[in-house]
Design a protein around this ligand. Sequence first.
Ligand code: ZN
Ligand code: ZN
Length: 181
Amino acid sequence: MQLDWDKAINEILAEKMACQACGTMGDELIVGYTRSLEAAQFAERCNECEDKSDCDARKLVVVCEPCASQYRVNGELMDETGMKSVLMEECRRNLDESVDYLATYWKEDAEIEYEDMQKSLAEVDPELFKEEDSWRLRLEEEYLTLHRWFRENRRPIPDPGWRSQYAEEVISVGYTTLLGD
Ligand SMILES: [Zn+2]
Ligand SMILES: [Zn+2]
């Protein structure tokens, strides 16, 4: 019997995760947060950071143990399902923030006239709305990618009720969502 090496290797690789910093593969990696400036070079959420040499935001990263100590990552050793769950949790947190902002937080900006508070952000500042809306769209696409991973791997989606609650909130503010019905 002929062994299909390409297929065999792909199957092996598919089981493994890669350290975002150095590329080392592993069945389990450290998943956690760091504020290290250097980690902005590889943290996924920092892809669009304008100045990567000066980003002290709290960054979610997936790294091997030596890199975890180098970048002071506050995290836990996890397998792929654990990692995807944390990514999904992070994505949900960002989506919740985004919808809270669209619903109400923008009104608290000092630049906003008191009379405008009754309107929607899309009416008051279309430019700002477009920016926020395209960020939210990207997050929703990321969410769907994660959702598909859980389905394809037949893992139960953690806290599945979150999705309908989120969709109701977005719709009640008057906007649309990829996660709705
Ligand atoms: Zn590494
Ligand atoms: Zn950043």
